[in-house]
Design a protein around this ligand. Structure first.
Ligand code: ATP
Ligand code: MG
Length: 573
């Protein structure tokens, strides 16, 4: 918890006020039974109506004060708790934004969502309750004990039996409940994970007719969550009647012993009544403490999971004085090997490659041959395991990351658009772009052709993930978005796979003729998409099998020839 304390700074005042107000409320609560005993023992005993009314009014006043302090304390507690949670959520969200791809592989998206929502909420609630309960319970118990001893010290000895029994009962139940509560958290996670995965892929689920299967998977996890929750709750349910038995037994004992004292004239009847109220307050305070520990348990699991995110350092670090300018679009790989974090197997092996600025490079190879992995190293989406990658003659690790990524535009294989308008999506590449620049980029990516047909043009709505566009349209918009940066290098990772051959050819032509100054890397499955590249790299099982232009490769690379022939057959047959 201490690690998160700095996030409370903004809400410090509320965090301090809440317990102080709570103490005032407790004082008012404590004084009320005392007045009650006065009314019984003096007012009623002497048949003094005026005294009864006077003390009665004071009692009402004390109750009003208790209420006011209670409301104010709850208000401050809520502000501190939820403000604290919002602050943690903000910091965690910002931290996730700084994550590298490797970090994102480590935490799944669904677990990050649970942390940002559930865990932050839990921390907020627990903080709010702790600020109040952690103060209320001990003070209430202490003051009520003092008052009870004041009234009758010998009678107060019942506490010596009642308190240990209550404490033991609570401890036993809590020890049993603890592992259940921890398990509950994991189960909630598992249900969230499946909901997240299923809803993001709901269309795939439907098209594969997997609803039944998914329902089964969901039911199993949902049921085990229910079972654990029931088990945990039934233990807690047990606590309440158990405490009631203890409270009532104590009251009976007090009535029996105290009753004799009252009869003997050693104690007032009113004193006995208020004594019983104090007993109830003390034992209820103990119960509150047990609830508080239970909350703390819930909170500490959440705090742990938030800290796990906050303490994760992005592997992609900037050096002290990063270079702020990329000279040109040349790229070189020197003895590069790479394995994904958490794995031991090298996905790339000793890659050496020199690409001149402005060259158009095609990359082809079977699926899983590490094409994407190779190009991801250029804008430092991942860092090399061995060797080095240089852009413009300088190691990519020496650049300011923002500068590097602005100059090396990457159209990811799994691309996505964001909720908003087409114009807003295009401005991702360049905040201050004019409509003219946007339209120009759209034209170069062959996207203007369909965007210009929309009545609202650039204002046309983009749904979350770009769901309202076809696969090919999305790809063309993604290419246009990358061009907005006016980069020195552009990487298209299978970005024209959903685009028809004719349009694809037009895009390739534009890249060759109009964007000749940009180094272009095109990963493609179709030979037609890269046939006219200056050079083509054939990837095979994590290494470069051969490099050359189309004609050369037909002669020297059996893999290339095989791909070519299979695709030719497709065209002919
Ligand atoms: N994030 C990741 N974590 C661990 N392993 C990965 C990750 N991404 C890819 N791999 C592994 O690296 C290997 C190469 O994958 P890569 O995506 O580079 O292939 P590819 O040539 O781009 O394939 P495709 O043509 O299907 O896009 C694969 O065996 C894959 O299992
Ligand atoms: Mg790929």
């Amino acid at each position: 918890m201490r690690a998160l304390l700095p996030f409370m700074k903004k809400y410090k005042t509320f965090a301090i006020l809440s317990p102080i107000l709570m103490i005032l409320e407790v004082l008012a609560d404590i004084i009320i039974p005392y007045f009650m005993s006065r009314i019984v023992d003096i007012g009623i005993a002497n048949r003094d109506v005026e005294y009864i009314v006077r003390i009665g009014l004071i009692m009402v006043g004390a109750a009003l004060l208790a209420m006011t302090f209670g409301i104010l304390s709850a208000h401050c507690g809520a502000r501190a708790g939820y403000g604290f949670a919002a602050e943690i959520r903000k910091k965690t969200f910002n931290k996730i934004q700084s994550f590298s791809f490797a970090n994102l592989d480590q935490f799944t998206v669904s677990s990050l969502i649970t942390r940002l929502t559930n865990d932050c909420n839990t921390i907020g609630q627990v903080t709010m309750m702790s600020l109040r309960m952690a103060v209320r319970a001990p003070f209430l118990a202490l003051f009520a004990l003092i008052m009870a001893f004041q009234i009758n010290a010998s009678l107060a000895r019942v506490f010596m039996i009642a308190i240990p029994i209550t404490a033991i009962a609570i401890t036993i139940i809590l020890t049993k409940a603890r592992p259940l509560f921890l398990m509950l958290q994991t189960r909630v996670d598992r249900v969230n994970a499946i909901i997240q995965e299923n809803l993001t892929g709901i269309k795939v689920v439907k098209s594969f007719n997997r609803q039944r299967h998914e329902e089964g998977r969901f039911k199993q996890r949902n049921d085990s969550l229910k079972e654990t929750a029931l088990e945990a709750i039934s233990l807690v349910i047990f606590l309440m009647p158990l405490l009631n038995i203890i409270v009532y037994s104590t009251i009976i004992a007090v009535l029996w012993i105290g009753g004799q004292k009252v009869v003997a004239g050693n104690m007032g009847g009113g004193e006995l009544i208020s004594f019983i109220t104090y007993i109830t307050q003390v034992l209820m305070a103990l119960m509150m403490i047990s609830f508080f520990f239970m909350q703390l348990l819930r909170g500490s699991a959440s705090v742990g999971r938030i800290l796990e995110v906050l303490n994760t350092e992005s592997e992609i670090k900037e050096i002290e004085k990063p270079i702020k300018e990329v000279k040109d679009g040349s790229i070189s790989f020197n003895h590069v090997s790479f394995c994904y974090p958490g794995s031991t197997e090298n996905i790339l092996n000793n890659i050496n490659l020199d690409i001149k600025s402005g060259e158009v490079i095609g990359i082809i190879g079977s699926t899983g041959s590490s094409k994407s992995t190779l190009v991801q190293l250029i804008p430092r989406l991942y860092d090399v395991t061995e060797g080095s990658v240089a852009v413009g003659g300088i190691d990519v690790r020496d650049y300011d990351i923002k500068v590097l990524r602005d100059q090396v535009a990457f159209v990811l294989q799994k691309n996505t658009l964001f909720l908003g308008t087409i114009r807003e999506n295009m401005k991702w590449g360049n905040e201050d772009a004019s409509d003219e620049q946007i339209i120009n980029a759209l034209k170069q990516a062959q996207a203007w052709e369909f965007v210009s047909k929309f009545e609202d043009g650039l204002e046309h709505k983009v749904e979350q993930g770009g769901e309202n566009f076809s696969g090919g349209q999305k790809q063309r918009l993604s290419i246009a978005r990358s061009l907005m940066k006016s980069p020195k290098v552009i990487i298209l990772d299978d970005s024209t796979s959903a685009i028809d051959m004719t349009t694809d050819a037009k895009i390739q032509k534009t890249f060759k003729e109009k964007l000749g100054h940009i180094t272009t890397l095109i990963i493609a499955q179709r030979i037609a998409s890269i046939q006219h590249a200056d050079r083509i790299i054939v990837m095979h099982q994590g290494h470069i099998e051969s490099i050359g232009n189309h004609e050369t490769l037909l002669n020297i690379s059996s893999i290339y020839r095989e791909i070519y022939e299979s695709q030719q057959k497709g065209v002919v047959g």
